[in-house]
Design a protein around this ligand. Structure first.
Ligand SMILES: Cc1cc2nc3c(=O)[nH]c(=O)nc-3n(C[C@H](O)[C@H](O)[C@H](O)COP(=O)(O)O)c2cc1C
Length: 253
C-alpha cells in the first residue's frame, strides 16, 4: 500500500502513518518530472481547505499516473469534508480512476483566522480521533468500498462554495499579507516547512512570494511564533501531538 500525503500542521501525516504502508510526500513528488505510482492500494491523505482541496492536490491529481486496484481518499478537517470529497471524486472520474473508498477525519481545525487553537485542542476528546481512525484503518485493511455519491444536492453545494467561499479563503497571494515580527531570528524553518517553496529567508528578513498554498505551515511551525496573519482568532500555534517539527521539515523541505 502507498499513501501520498500533504501536511502543514501534522494531522494528515499522523493519519497517513496510522493507515500505514509506504508514505510519499506530495510536495516532494510534485518536484519530480514524472509521477508514477503503482501498488495494490494507493491513497491520498490531505486537508480540507475552504470546502475544497488544496491547490497542490488538484495539480497532483491532474499530473500523477496512479495504477491500483484500490484507490482511496481521506480528508482531514475541522468540521466537514463531504463537499471536498465531491471535488476529489470529480477529478478521479476525469482521470479514469475508480475511487473506491472516500472518508474524512474530524481533527483540530488549524484555520487561524476563525479558530482559537487552545479551544480547538480542548475539543479533541469529543472528536474521538482514535475511534474515527480505528474504523478507517479497518475499512482500508479490508479493502471496503465507500463510494462518493455525486448527488444533485452535493454538486450544488460544490458549485456554491467554489464560487462564493473559496476565493475569499484561499488564493495564492495570501502570504503577501503575512507579517514577521521582531522575534524572528532568521532560522529559515519557515522556508523548510513551506510545501510550495514560497518563502525565502536572508539576513534582511523573510520574503513571501505569490504561490502560497495557504496551508499555514509557516505560521504553525515557526519556533519563535514570529509569523502572523493580519487577524488571528487566538494566540496559540498548533501541531499534531504525534508529529515533530523535524517530521514536517522532512515532509515539505
Ligand atoms: C486555509 C484553510 C482552510 C480550511 N478550511 C477548512 C474547511 O473549509 N473545513 C474544515 O473542516 N476544515 C478546514 N480547515 C482545517 C484543516 O483542514 C484541518 O485542520 C486539517 O486537519 C489540517 O491538516 P494538517 O495538520 O495535516 O495540515 C482549513 C485549514 C486551512 C489552513
Amino acid at each position: 500500500m502507498t499513501i501520498c500525503y500533504f501536511t502543514a500542521s501534522g494531522n494528515c501525516l499522523y493519519v497517513a502513518r496510522r493507515i500505514g504502508g509506504t508514505l510519499l510526500s506530495i510536495p516532494q513528488l510534485m518536484r519530480q518530472e514524472k509521477i508514477e505510482i503503482e501498488d495494490d492500494a494507493v491513497g491520498i491523505v490531505c486537508p480540507v481547505y475552504a470546502v475544497e482541496l488544496p491547490f497542490m492536490i488538484v495539480d497532483f491529481m491532474k499530473r500523477a499516473d496512479i495504477k491500483t486496484d484500490y484507490f482511496f481518499f481521506i480528508l482531514t478537517c475541522g468540521y466537514g469534508y463531504e463537499v471536498s470529497l465531491g471535488h476529489a471524486e470529480v477529478i478521479a472520474r476525469e482521470r479514469g480512476w475508480d475511487l473506491k473508498y472516500g472518508n474524512g477525519v474530524f481533527m483540530v481545525d488549524n484555520y487561524l483566522p476563525f479558530f482559537d487553537m487552545a479551544e480547538e485542542i480542548s475539543k479533541l476528546p469529543g472528536k474521538n480521533v482514535e475511534g474515527q481512525l480505528d474504523v478507517i484503518c479497518a475499512d482500508i485493511q479490508a479493502r471496503k468500498e465507500r463510494r462518493v455519491n455525486l448527488t444533485t444536492e452535493l454538486k450544488e453545494q460544490m458549485a456554491f462554495y467554489h464560487k462564493n467561499h473559496a476565493p475569499k479563503v484561499i488564493n495564492k497571494n495570501m502570504a503577501l499579507d503575512y507579517t514577521v515580527n521582531d522575534a524572528c531570528i532568521r532560522c529559515g524553518i519557515c522556508a523548510k516547512v513551506c510545501p510550495a517553496n514560497n518563502i525565502t529567508v536572508t539576513e534582511d528578513g523573510v520574503r513571501f512570494s505569490d504561490h502560497c498554498e495557504v496551508c499555514y505551515a509557516c505560521l504553525h511551525n515557526c519556533p519563535q511564533h514570529a509569523i502572523h496573519l493580519p487577524k488571528e482568532a487566538g494566540t496559540k500555534q498548533f501541531r499534531n501531538e504525534h508529529i515533530t517539527l523535524a517530521d514536517i521539515i522532512k515532509s515539505n523541505e
